[in-house]
Design a protein around this ligand. Sequence first.
Ligand SMILES: Nc1nc2c(c(=O)[nH]1)N[C@H]1C(S)=C(S)[C@@H](COP(=O)(O)O)O[C@H]1N2
Ligand SMILES: [Mo]
Length: 261
Amino acid sequence: MIFLKTLFVKNAKLSVEEIIRKKTFISFFFFFILIGVGIESWKWLWVQPLDHGIQGGIQQPLRTILNANEKIFNKTLSSTHLAKTYPVTEAARKVRVNGNVGMGNDFDPAKWKLQVVKTNGDTLFFTLDDIKKLPKTEIIFNFKCIEGWNQITWWGGVKFADFIKYYHLENEANLRYVGMSTPDEEYYVGIDMPSAIHPQTLLCYEMNRQPLPMNQGYPLRLIIPVKYGIKSIKRIGTIFFSNDRPADYWFERGYDYYSGL
Ligand SMILES: Nc1nc2c(c(=O)[nH]1)N[C@H]1C(S)=C(S)[C@@H](COP(=O)(O)O)O[C@H]1N2
Ligand SMILES: [Mo]
């Protein structure tokens, strides 16, 4: 008690030991208050409503911050610049496989057709040959996964923009987004149209000049170098167009909707 009284006495009137004790006390006092504020803030954040009804959504305040980031970066990055490309000699021979959502074994590639839903509700069906007969484009770029790894890889396919032009989907491409999902609809992405029709965005059917391996998305996957890997959906089943943001698997689990680079 005698010690606590010194808290209210001017330093000039105290001994050196008393001043040190006083300062130590004050430091610890604020230290514990700050820890308390930190813990309480976390607790508060934790009980905030999630931004999606699903397990794994993120708290609304965090989503608000992410949305603000998107507003800044979506406008400045991704849809206009070209991703850096590399010589063939730098392309990985052993390409990493990552992510198998929507890649179940119950898939029959022989029965596969790409479904494209038009804005008037009609559905078009494309075989792999329908796609392969368009001009082939290749790209060797640094594929970046949001988990922190990256790899220079070599892909071949048809520019999404060429596909749009050749099959007269211009009306569809006037909408703001394209949605793509696996045949079982387990994995799905939404892409802003400027990034979808970007000259490096491919409906991809080859890797290292070979048909796409099954676990890399055979028969058809997206390769979109201006985005993180989460957007390069493997095993595309359906494509549709919309002015509203299509559902996106990793967005629903807390990642940035645009995920631009
Ligand atoms: N259908 C499907 N596509 C997917 C995924 C997935 O889980 N399922 N994972 C994504 C992620 S996170 C990455 S990094 C890339 C990995 O592509 P790769 O397996 O060819 O390396 O695929 C993307 N496309
Ligand atoms: Mo990824």
